[in-house]
Design a binder for this molecule. Structure first.
Ligand code: ADE
Ligand code: ZN
Length: 335
């Protein structure tokens, strides 16, 4: 690995706009939480857990992801989960994060919504104060659950609106189009929340899903969205609106066996605001820096390209204008 590029990536102040907090649950942490909560695991060591990470598509990943989070039970568990992620972010000079969380994956196991959000918020405050990592939280709805359940969880979030900046849509995309959630996203918009949705790579009806995101939901951002490149009109519209696309190269390599380097470069060439993110870094074994380095190793991404991707992330983030200006001026000082 050429160490100059490695150093450059480390030095870049970075933003991460697509990371599922539950996807930052490291195998060692699964073990310590299981011990504390008196839960028996089917694996004997963290290495055995990693050996079972056999993902080849979205459903095979999600099955392991949802099973592991059963060890998260108390407010302190969620606090620790988020704080561990923020420590890793700080160590990689990630200065701003918009993390996702999946409340339905916890309430469906009997964990209260407040337990989850209060634990995460405590870690966010500590990360801002002690680690220099600012963050704004995004609440995701699970698209393979009903629209009614999504609406119930939006209602649960109402006393906590000061703790979330936006809503997203994740989980299994097959036959779960954006339109299914049009009403709940319209309500979230009315509440002043930003809107984003996963348009995962190579999913059934994906171009229709991206079109619904633009025309029906009127999203503020798209998560993944790589398949938009197959349709010139979609690309033109995404570029015209300045919509951010949160691409996750190493995640794509696991889920669709392709790092999507060519597509990321094509997005930049078309003036689309692509950004680089880790998605579920504990599972895909790659945080922000490893994702950027993968693009260098796979397709010789240049310093200028990495800087553009990083600047895009600050620009399309939902940080305040003041924060964005400060982050971007720090970025401009790195050469
Ligand atoms: N939940 C966590 N990671 C996800 C992904 N990559 N796609 C859809 N839902 C997810
Ligand atoms: Zn994701």
């Amino acid at each position: 690995m050429p160490s100059e590029m490695h150093d450059f990536i480390q030095q870049l102040p970075k933003a991460e706009l697509h990371v599922h907090l539950e996807g930052t649950l490291e195998p060692e942490h699964i073990f310590s939480l299981a011990a504390r909560n008196d839960i028996e695991l089917e694996y004997k060591t963290p290495a055995e857990v990693v050996a079972a990470y056999d993902f080849h598509d979205l459903p095979s990943f999600l099955k392991i992801y949802y099973a592991a989070m059963d060890v998260l039970r108390t407010e302190n568990d969620f606090y620790e989960l988020a704080l561990h992620y923020f420590r890793r972010a700080a160590a990689q000079n990630v200065v701003y994060v918009e993390p996702f969380f999946d409340p339905q994956a916890h309430t469906s196991r009997g964990v209260a919504f407040d337990t989850v959000i209060n634990g995460i918020q405590r870690a966010q405050l500590e990360a801002a104060e002690k680690l220099g990592v600012q963050s704004n939280l995004i609440m995701c709805f699970l698209r393979d659950m009903s629209a009614e359940s999504a609406a119930e969880h939006l209602a649960m979030a109402k006393p906590h609106l000061d703790k979330i900046i936006g809503v997203g849509l994740d989980s299994d995309e097959k036959d779960n189009p954006p339109a299914k959630f049009a009403a709940v996203f319209a309500e979230a918009r009315q509440l002043g929340l930003k809107l984003t949705m996963h348009c995962d790579v190579n999913q059934k009806d994906i171009l229709g899903h991206i079109r619904e995101c633009l025309d029906l939901i009127e999203v503020d951002r798209i998560d993944h969205g790589v398949n938009a490149l197959e349709d010139d009109a979609l690309c033109t519209e995404i570029a015209r609106r300045g919509l951010g696309l949160t691409v996750c190269p190493v995640s794509n390599r696991f889920v669709v066996q392709d790092l999507t380097s060519k597509e990321i470069r094509a997005m930049l060439d078309k003036g689309m605001k692509a950004t680089i993110n880790s998605d579920d870094p504990a599972y895909f074994r790659a945080y922000m820096n490893e994702n950027l380095q993968a693009l260098v190793d796979d397709a010789d991404f240049t310093k200028e390209e990495l800087k553009t991707l990083t600047r895009n992330a600050f620009e399309v983030s939902w940080a305040s204008d003041e924060q964005k200006a400060s982050f971007i001026s720090r970025l401009d000082q790195v050469h």
